[in-house]
Design a protein around this ligand. Structure first.
Ligand SMILES: NC(=O)c1ccc[n+]([C@@H]2O[C@H](COP(=O)([O-])OP(=O)(O)OC[C@H]3O[C@@H](n4cnc5c(N)ncnc54)[C@H](O)[C@@H]3O)[C@@H](O)[C@H]2O)c1
Ligand SMILES: *[C@@H]1O[C@H](CO)[C@@H](O)[C@H](O)[C@H]1NC(C)=O
Length: 448
């Protein structure tokens, strides 16, 4: 018996069912693929933008983040101010040492307070210096522009750019073979971290990593790096004086935490890529061309304007005191650290041997109560301060700092020589000159 003919209509229906299922599967698969591709593209775009467009690296300023944005667009589409033959010539000239075996130093944060003084000192002794600064408006950028003008008069070129701009850093190293980086660019200030925490992450962490990435992996030969950490890493440490071996795992502010993170990140890049890295823990640096957000500066301004100043008192009636360090002493420490920095040992992204990793205190070794700071200023300005004494809020400031500088003294002869009244006298002289104050200042007439 012949088998019954197959029910073709059933088979047809089955086949069309299978086709529909398959089409649906393909649709689902391709839309999944499309979805993944879109996601990937978005992620890549976000990555490119965050790398090139640090939105918060510039303190509270809108202008600087929009200028970074501009620089992304202009570099990719039109070419920008940081390129071209004339620009490269400026970089090369500025980077060239004028003494035999002089170093060539890239100074980040060069339009800043400490950066300006270090750049001048390096240039003066015949080293090559190129500055890099994003001129953010954390404090009055016109003061930064005036420092840039001062540097320009000493033939030091300061590039307008951000440490988060990897391609710019690579280009700088292409144009000039920097032997050293003095990395001072950062978001400074303790209390501002409560207002704009992301600016600390952007400059002190992301920016530091970007610099180490470029210096450790992309640049050949690698430079040696000296960078500014801070005495604030000692945080709630109760040892007195503060020594490098004391614990630094109790930061009292986000600023301190980002500096401490920087010290650990330095360890990593030293360990993996053979970068020679020296961290310097500055203790309350002050002096001419100083930072308007610091107490000695704003006290001077307010005392001259007859405005009351707020003086903090420690929580348990203890006097708030700082190991104020005059900027010229800190500069000597920075140069000493640069002079004793050994070469990095890596190349092509690989370590070839152990490299130097150091941390030093740079302080004055003599804490002064803030009330004494005020009375010195009163004397120099010839004006009595209106004091508003309040308990120090627990928002980041520590009551007391005191540096043990034995290590820096031993390794590069660091010896601070300026006491607070001598240093403030120089500061006040600069202040009244810079701001054109005809006040009864007693500092101006004295010989320096
Ligand atoms: N002055 C002090 O008492 C003191 C104490 C401890 C540590 N420090 C550290 O020393 C270094 C120098 O301090 P300063 O007092 O000269 O401060 P500063 O603010 O005057 O100088 C820092 C400079 O870096 C620039 N900058 C910030 N973020 C940048 C970025 N992402 N890209 C490029 N440039 C950027 C700023 O525009 C500024 O000109 C900082 O790292 C600071 O944290 C200072
Ligand atoms: C200062 O630091 C050195 C190490 O650098 C240490 O040997 C010395 O004991 C410290 N001095 C004080 C008083 O803490």
């Amino acid at each position: 018996m012949a088998p019954p003919p197959p029910d073709t209509s059933k088979i047809d229906r089955y086949n069309s069912y299978i086709r529909r299922v398959n089409t649906a599967k393909i649709m689902a698969a391709s839309s999944k693929l499309l979805f993944r591709a879109t996601l990937l593209t978005t992620l890549v775009l976000i990555l490119i933008f965050t790398l090139n467009y640090p939105p918060l690296g510039a303190g509270r300023s809108h202008s600087s983040s929009s200028s970074s944005h501009r620089s992304l667009i202009s570099t990719t589409l039109y070419g920008d101010e940081n390129s071209g033959a004339a620009w490269e010539k400026q970089v090369r000239n500025s980077a060239a040492p004028r003494r035999s075996r002089g170093m060539s130093v890239l100074v980040t944060g060069a339009a800043g307070f400490v950066g300006t003084h270090c750049s001048l000192a390096l240039k003066k002794r015949g080293d090559g210096v190129v500055g890099l600064d994003n001129f953010n408006s954390y404090y009055d950028p016109s003061l930064k522009r005036d420092r840039q003008g001062l540097l320009a008069r000493h033939e030091i070129f300061v590039v307008d750019g951000d440490i988060n701009d990897g391609p710019l850093l690579v280009k700088l190293f292409d144009v000039a073979a920097f032997t050293h980086v003095l990395h001072l660019a950062a978001q400074a200030g303790v209390r501002y971290a409560m207002k704009n925490p992301q600016s600390y992450v952007a400059s002190n962490i992301a920016g530091l990593v970007n610099l180490f990435e470029v210096a450790g992996k992309l640049v050949n030969p690698q430079p040696a790096i000296v960078w500014a950490s801070s005495s604030s890493v000692y945080g709630l440490n109760t040892e007195n004086p503060f020594s490098e071996a004391d614990r630094t795992d109790q930061p009292a502010s986000l600023y301190a935490a980002t500096k401490k993170a920087g010290e650990e990140i330095a360890h990593t890049y030293n360990h993996i890529y053979g970068l020679s890295i020296t961290g310097l823990r500055f203790f309350t640096v002050y002096g001419p061309w100083g930072r308007p957000d610091m107490a000695y500066f704003s006290f001077t301004k307010d005392i001259l304007n007859g405005k009351p100043i707020t003086v903090f008192q420690g929580q348990d009636g203890v006097e708030v005191a700082r190991d104020f360090t005059f900027v010229d002493d800190v500069v000597k420490g920075c140069l000493g650290a640069l002079d004793t920095a050994e070469r990095s040992t890596g190349s092509g992204g690989k370590k070839r041997g152990p490299a130097q990793l150091r941390v030093y205190n740079l302080g004055n070794t003599s804490p002064v109560p803030v009330t004494r700071l005020v009375s010195i200023l009163e004397g120099l300005l010839g004006v009595k301060a209106k004091k508003n004494v309040v308990k120090m809020p627990r928002n980041g400031d520590v009551p007391f700092t005191h540096a043990n500088v034995t290590l820096a003294a031993h390794d590069f002869g660091y010896r601070p020589t300026t006491d607070l009244s001598a240093g403030l006298r120089k500061f006040v002289k600069w202040y009244v000159g810079y701001y054109g104050i005809k006040a009864p200042a007693k500092a101006g007439g004295s010989k320096q």
